[in-house]
Design a protein around this ligand. Structure first.
Ligand code: AMP
Length: 180
């Protein structure tokens, strides 16, 4: 099976071509169809097996096909969040979806500027995401996708209260993707 046969939005196909991704990796082959059916998943895969694109491809495809829905990706570390948003921006390619990176230790002014542009895809770490929720500079009332990347590590690092806060804020009807 190639990505072309899966009939994604043309912007994402362009993004895949630009990254020279032709065929899904095993975790992508298993996860992408289930996510596209609208179901929740728990996926375990080793690093380097293509798990970022396993959730990134269906998520960006969904955002390109809808108008106001948003997605939130939480990662345990700033470094991982930075890598994830780079992959997301490559997948979006020329598509009209703005993104924001909300990580600790980074300029709040820069993040506030990003948030004023109404991004539909937010990637960040739990602490800073909660700061924005408290300031009301991040609203999750249109969030239909929640991705917890390296979720086991986030729990080990003590982020349970911040994750619970996010879960209480997102609409009841949303899709949850847990990766570890
Ligand atoms: P990850 O496990 O998400 O860190 O991805 C590991 C590496 O595999 C990254 O450099 C990706 O760009 C690359 N990759 C992910 N999916 C594919 C694919 N379908 N075809 C080729 N390379 C890929």
């Amino acid at each position: 099976m190639t990505f072309k046969e899966l009939n994604f939005h043309s912007d994402i196909q362009e993004g895949l071509d630009a990254m020279y991704f032709e065929k899904p990796t095993p975790v992508q082959e298993l996860a992408i169809p289930v996510i596209m059916e609208g179901r929740d998943i728990i996926a375990c895969a080793q690093t380097g097996t293509g798990k970022t694109a396993a959730f990134g491809i269906p998520l960006v495809n969904y955002l390109l096909k809808t108008k106001k829905e948003t997605a939130l990706v939480m990662t345990p570390t700033r470094e991982l969040a930075t890598q994830v948003i780079q992959t997301m921006n490559s997948l979006i390619g020329r598509g009209n979806i703005r993104t924001a990176l909300l990580i600790g230790g980074d300029s709040m002014q820069k993040q506030l500027k990003q948030m004023r542009r109404n991004p539909r895809l937010i990637v960040g770490t739990p602490g800073r995401i909660n700061d924005h929720l408290k300031r009301k500079t991040l609203r999750l009332n249109n969030t239909s996708f929640l991705v917890l990347d390296e979720s086991d590590r986030m729990l080990d690092m003590g982020f349970t209260p911040q994750i619970n806060q996010v879960l209480q804020t997102v609409p009841k009807k949303h899709q949850t993707l847990l990766f570890s």
